[in-house]
Design a protein around this ligand. Structure first.
Ligand SMILES: Nc1nc2c(ncn2[C@@H]2O[C@H](COP(=O)(O)OP(=O)(O)OP(=O)(O)O)[C@@H](O)[C@H]2O)c(=O)[nH]1
Length: 345
């Protein structure tokens, strides 16, 4: 996956929504409604320290939520927010008494949803320790045990639920990034990776090369052998290309019988050899019994001032030229001289 997906947001709950930052602002509204009156109440009854702590927690949470909503880095570390929340509910429990013990549960659930597993175990253990200590000091051992296991059961149930959500989320992301027929990455992914490759060129001067591949006379294959056989050819073609390229190279399906291979950190000269290898290999592969299938390929490497659209259009022009010049060949778009050249076999 491109770095874009993970870089900005470390909060678990937010990653389910692709970092759109809408979950925490909603939570902050709920926290305002619940915690603001509690802060005011404590200040009125003279519990200034607790009142102030709750007010600080609300402000910190609002600041982070606002940053998430605007797509900025968190001004206050999320671990500090969690420690503030734990301190607030624990101190409230010790100050206002057993009636406030119920707040431990929603705070624990929010922590589980927000933090990676190990961090949430640490924070929840802290919460459990302080609350059980309160019950033990004010009630008896049996009540302490009852509370301890009720909390543990809640935490385990939430954890199991989160594992399911995580698995489904991963599956959904994978499915939505791939073409259903061939399993190649889809066009949306191509746009993300192209912009990463262009950024790489701008910041680190690393070249990448785009190879556009189109099956020759594919309509004939469909017409003669049927659509199902045509599909089979596309599936075989993808596994054939995959077998020829490196792990770090990326294969996308961008149209019916049109594919793109992105070779990150690869200069044009190397890409020319890869393209010729792909062409020769596909020609000799048994993609469809008794029939030789060929492809035409268009190449374009990153250049200065290149945009995503221009990059794709130059590779497309090279592919079009390869078709025009007789198919089963590789052409490249020379950005320096703005012209299309044949790539020697
Ligand atoms: N089997 C199958 N066929 C598809 C799929 N997507 C598009 N096609 C077919 O691919 C064919 C593409 O035909 P054209 O664009 O005319 O290109 P071509 O016949 O390959 O000719 P050249 O590209 O000029 O060599 C069309 O007949 C489409 O119906 C698909 O998912 N499966």
């Amino acid at each position: 996956m491109p770095a874009k997906y993970n870089a900005k947001y470390s909060l678990r709950l937010n990653t389910y929504f692709d970092g759109q930052g809408k979950v925490f602002p909603a939570l902050s509204l709920i926290i305002m409604v619940i915690f603001a009156p509690l802060a005011v109440k404590n200040l009125i009854i003279g519990e200034y320290a607790l009142g102030l702590l709750i007010a600080i927690f609300i402000c910190a949470f609002l600041a982070d939520s606002n940053a998430l909503l605007k797509g900025r880095a968190l001004p206050i570390n999320e671990n500090i927010i969690a420690i503030l929340a734990i301190s607030c509910v624990s101190l409230t429990l010790f100050t206002l008494g057993a009636g406030t013990i119920f707040w431990i549960f929603p705070v624990s659930i929010i922590i589980s949803f927000s933090f990676p597993l190990i961090t949430s175990i640490i924070f929840n253990s802290l919460l459990l320790l302080t609350a059980t200590t309160y019950v033990f000091l004010n009630y008896d051992v049996a009540d302490s045990l009852r509370f301890f296991f009720a909390f543990l059961l809640t935490a385990c149930a939430v954890h199991l639920l989160l594992r399911q959500i995580d698995a489904l989320h991963t599956l959904l992301k994978e499915e939505s990034s791939k073409d259903a027929l061939t399993g190649a990455l889809n066009r949306r992914q191509l746009n993300l990776f192209l912009s990463d490759a262009l950024a790489n060129k701008i910041h680190y001067h690393n070249d990448s090369t785009l190879i556009m591949i189109d099956v020759d006379h594919f309509k004939q294959i469909n017409d003669i052998y049927g659509h199902a056989k045509g599909d089979e050819v596309l599936i075989n073609l993808v596994s054939d290309i995959r077998a020829q390229i490196r792990e770090s190279d990326l294969l996308f399906r961008v149209g019916g019988e049109e594919f793109v291979v992105l070779l990150p950190n690869t200069q044009l000269k190397t890409a020319e050899k890869v393209a010729q290898k792909l062409r020769a290999n596909i020609k000799t592969s048994a993609l469809l019994d008794n029939r030789t299938i060929t492809v035409s390929l268009g190449l374009c490497a990153t250049g200065n001032g290149l945009t995503q659209t221009k990059w794709m259009s130059c590779a497309d022009k090279a592919l079009y030229a390869a078709k025009q010049r007789g198919r089963d060949r590789v052409c490249l778009y020379n950005l320096n001289q703005n012209r299309i050249e044949d790539v020697a076999a």
